[in-house]
Design a protein around this ligand. Sequence first.
Ligand code: AMP
Ligand code: MG
Length: 267
Amino acid sequence: MKKHLVEPGKKIKLSERDPQDIGDFKGGKEEGLKAISKLNEKLQELQELLYAEGRHKVLVVLQAMDTGGKDGAIRRVFDGVNPQGVKVASFKVPTGEELAHDFLWRIHKQTPASGEIVIFNRSHYEDVLVVRVHGYVDKNVWSKRYEQINAFERILAENGTTILKFFLHISKDEQKERLQARLDDPTKHWKFSLGDLDERKLWGDYQAAYEDVLNKTSSTHAPWYIVPANRKWYRDLVISKILVETLENLNMKYPEPKDDLSGIVIE
Ligand code: AMP
Ligand code: MG
């Protein structure tokens, strides 16, 4: 999985990352789904432990082009995980009140408390993506935000937050197929917005903006992973595996009981 990490300080080119890649995984989809299911069981145990221990905070950031699979990944990776202690925060077009504050104001409020996992479905990175591509603020404003984001994430990390950031990388052709599938299925129409077609025309600008994000904001305490996401099962496998390995490395323990429980008899 290290293969998908954006090593801090190294420059990546998105065009050299294959959205179709399945890394070193030898099995196909069937094996992949089995592996995801095993990882999911582990994730459920680790989340329970995280909640019980109440010490660590975990933030998972998901970013992608439209139809990149953020919703699907959340559904599959966190399937069956106890909703107590896990939250999803989705960031939409900012409200007037949000716009009247600095761009991190609405974000900071949603960060995880001790014992919690919070998944960001879109995030503060929109403020150097859609905002940059559309020029909603001047360049001298958005160009300072990479450093501001790094500083913000350092504050979170130094205060006990483990941060993982995933860019779900799909190809332009794959997006076409997924948009078409949404058009063809009336139960998916609610997900289709005409605006998605305008955004699609800006594909190249978005890829450039993503490349800057990945190159400027991957750090040891808040690393980016580029997840090949054309194949949904491989996308979910990568996220599950990195999440489980990261939680295992926290070496969490169930807390000691507050009272001496030895010799207690329940009548
Ligand atoms: P969806 O995730 O499909 O529900 O769409 C949410 C929309 O909100 C996307 O088009 C995002 O680009 C947009 N959005 C999220 N954050 C911001 C932001 N900070 N500024 C402008 N638009 C945003
Ligand atoms: Mg959308």
